[in-house]
Design a protein around this ligand. Structure first.
Ligand code: PGA
Length: 270
């Protein structure tokens, strides 16, 4: 069997085995002015055919409204990279879920390791943000991941379980996305091995079942993130328990990002 046919076969097997959509999510972080973002999206849009799989882009706050207007009625979904847990208030420099919602954000990344480590966000704070996003009808994309120290000390699974249980405490929704992003793999050009991803995603699925029950838990997509690029994306998405990819650096270049989107699309069409 040829390479492409093999992947098509694996993909069909995967789609048949579950009801979770395959997702590619780009995280622009603090990159791209509005005009740069508009140019990117206009170039990307023709390569994102309507229907599944959808493509998500987490963009800077200033770009949410104009880019969601451009993407109206397409399969390119615009979201935010963070939000506060309060409805409104005296929190200089922060942004509320209802502001994001009105601007057109349909999802929000919460608990990204850069927020946890550079801005000292706790699991409890992230839990309140997830609750707020759910009540605003914005889909939370919760990120969890172990540090290098956690892994070296054999604490990876405990760390992931603790983060998941605390961040999802008292949450009832199936409108949730989860991303496993090992901290040491983010922006480092070091990708987790298939065995590490399989183990982490398997644990996440088990914990989701404990929290939400079997039926709901199996519908929550679990993405992998950390040094994904247009060379490794293709094999990463074939992992048994990988429902999509969260892409940082490689989502800034429209050609690289289009290639990743294309791999995913190609398998749907075959
Ligand atoms: P990276 O970032 O793809 O540049 O490693 C991933 C992320 O931070 O979500």
């Amino acid at each position: 069997m040829g390479y492409s046919l093999y992947f098509a076969f694996k993909f069909k097997e995967k789609m048949a085995s579950g009801e979770r959509p395959l997702l590619i999510v780009g995280n622009w972080k603090m990159y791209k002015t509005l005009s740069e973002g508009e140019a990117f999206v206009r170039k990307l849009l023709p390569q994102v055919p309507n229907g599944n799989p959808r493509v998500y882009l987490a963009v800077p706050f200033t770009a949410i409204k104009p880019l969601s207007d451009i993407c109206q009625g397409t399969s390119l979904v615009i979201g935010a990279q963070n939000m506060h847990d309060a409805n409104e208030g005296a929190f200089t420099g922060e942004i509320a879920g209802r502001m994001l919602k009105e601007a057109g954000a349909r999802f929000v990344i919460l608990g990204h390791s850069e927020r946890r480590h550079l801005f000292h966000e706790s699991d409890e704070f992230i839990n309140r943000k997830v609750k707020r996003a759910v009540s605003e009808g914005i889909q939370p994309l919760l990120c969890i991941g172990e540090s290098l120290k956690d892994r070296e000390e054999g604490n990876t699974l405990k760390t992931l379980r603790d983060q998941l249980c605390r961040c999802l405490s008292d949450i009832k929704t199936e409108n949730l996305l989860l991303a496993y992003e090992p901290v040491w793999a983010i922006g480092s050009n070091i990708v987790a091995t298939p065995a590490m991803i399989e183990e982490a995603h398997g644990l996440c699925r088990e914990v989701l079942k404990d929290i939400f029950g079997e039926e709901l838990a199996k519908r929550i997509p679990i993405l992998y993130g950390g040094s994904v690029n247009d060379t490794n994306a293709r094999s990463l998405i074939e992992e048994a328990n990988v429902d999509g990819l969260l892409v940082g650096g490689a989502s800034l270049n429209v050609d690289s990002f289009s290639k990743i989107v294309h791999y995913n699309q190609m398998r749907v069409n075959l």
